[in-house]
Each structure stands twice: as C-alpha cells, then as structure tokens.
Design a protein around this ligand. Structure first.
Ligand code: FES
Length: 106
C-alpha cells in the first residue's frame, strides 16, 4: 500500500497507508486526516480537500484538471501545484507522496 504523508499548515504530519484505486481524499478521510474536510464528498464542488504536493511530485501528479480549476479559482487559491485530492487516484506510483494542506483546512 502506498505510504502518503499529509503535512498541516502548523507542521503536524500524518502518514497513511493508502488503498489503491480510491482517491487521495477518500483515503485521507477514511484514515482520519482532519485537514481534508471534503464537504462535498468528492464532487469537485467544495474546495475543502485541497493539497499542495511537494515540488518533486508535481510532475508525477500533473496539473489540476479542467474539473478542478473552477473550484480552485473559487477558493481563491493560486498556490503553485494546488490540486483537489478528490480528483487524484491513488496508484502504487504514489508511494512516498508528500502533500501539504492549506491553513484554511486546519
Ligand atoms: Fe469537495 Fe474535493 S471533496 S472538492
């Protein structure tokens, strides 16, 4: 199972063993990562599952998709590399992934 680290705005980290073929958000919620609120349940409609992948992972994950961009804009978040974790599918290639979460999700 891929190991994925979430780092909150205050520096607290939470490492999970993620289940493949679920979204990053679904894994985070199932394992009690409190900084992933996911109010809309994964419909790209709330922006409360935002993550900032560490720079080395951005080329692996790619840019935010057309589904994500309107919600990211609505959230007023122009942070480099920002993604909606509900739109990231976990694969074994994500083992070791590190993402930060915004202060608004603390
Ligand atoms: Fe709402 Fe991802 S869970 S946008």
């Amino acid at each position: 199972m891929p190991s994925i680290t979430f780092i909150a705005a205050d520096g607290a980290s939470h490492v999970i063993k993620a289940q493949e073929d679920l979204s990053l958000m679904e894994n985070a919620v199932a394992q009690g990562v409190e900084t992933i609120e996911a109010v809309c349940g994964g419909n790209a409609y709330c922006g409360t599952c935002r993550v900032y992948p560490e720079a080395a992972w951005r080329s692996v994950l790619g840019e935010a998709t057309e589904i994500e961009l309107p919600m990211i804009e609505a959230a007023g978040d122009d942070t480099d590399g920002v993604r909606l974790s509900c739109q990231i599918r976990v694969t074994r290639q994500l083992d070791g992934l590190v993402v930060r979460t915004p202060p608004s999700q603390s």
